[in-house]
Design a protein around this ligand. Sequence first.
Ligand code: ADP
Ligand code: MG
Length: 231
Amino acid sequence: MSAEVIRIEALEKRFGTGVPVVALHDVNVSIRAGEWVAINGPSGSGKSTLLHIIGLLDTATTGSYWFEGDDVAAMSDRRRAGVRSRRVGFVFQAFHLLAYRSVAENVMLADVYRHGAVGDRRDRALAALTRVGMAHRCDYLPTQLSGGERQRVAIARALLGEPGLLLCDEPTGNLDSATTESVLGLLEELHRDAMTIVMITHDHQVAARAQRVLTITDGQLREQMIARSGQ
Ligand code: ADP
Ligand code: MG
């Protein structure tokens, strides 16, 4: 069996004091290297909160989380930020590309924040853009691209540091059905290349493209059993 990337036990997340909002309650999940997992659930159910905790952007109130075997609660803030920048790639619904920077520069900037090696930065950016089929647009501005192309660039940026885990929060939320299909096709390719992917979506059809679907309602996560023919 492949290595466990994520192990979460009895995790709870509360916001605020007084009467706190319980955003996540008794979450238990294990995700292994190479899995493509969708987290499906209605608005306000706790999807983004869980993704932020998985991606080391936030921490649990109680419970345990081991990322690549390391106890996250035992990490200093500095170490957690370091692990996040080296091991986790993020893709968001709104792309978050800088409008006045070229496609290549947008991808390279991911590395600036990570303090990555400078020497081969452009070559690595072009390799990441090649991987998502966007190298031919490296000198374009994001405003000259379609929504689907922008999301591909955002995925290249997330892949630049060769993360072990790709986290996508509603990656197709701003896309029409044709470009949604193209972005899902790209995630499928990355999954075939053994990338571990956790993808949040409120869209059941998008979720069904993953290998495994977890459903979250009112902060509680459940495995969705999917019967599939021919797979
Ligand atoms: P989803 O992504 O599924 O729409 P969220 O994870 O964003 O849901 O939110 C889950 C619940 O936690 C909601 O009730 C939301 O209002 C609450 N919540 C999220 N973030 C915060 C925060 N920073 N402070 C207070 N409440 C929050
Ligand atoms: Mg959300």
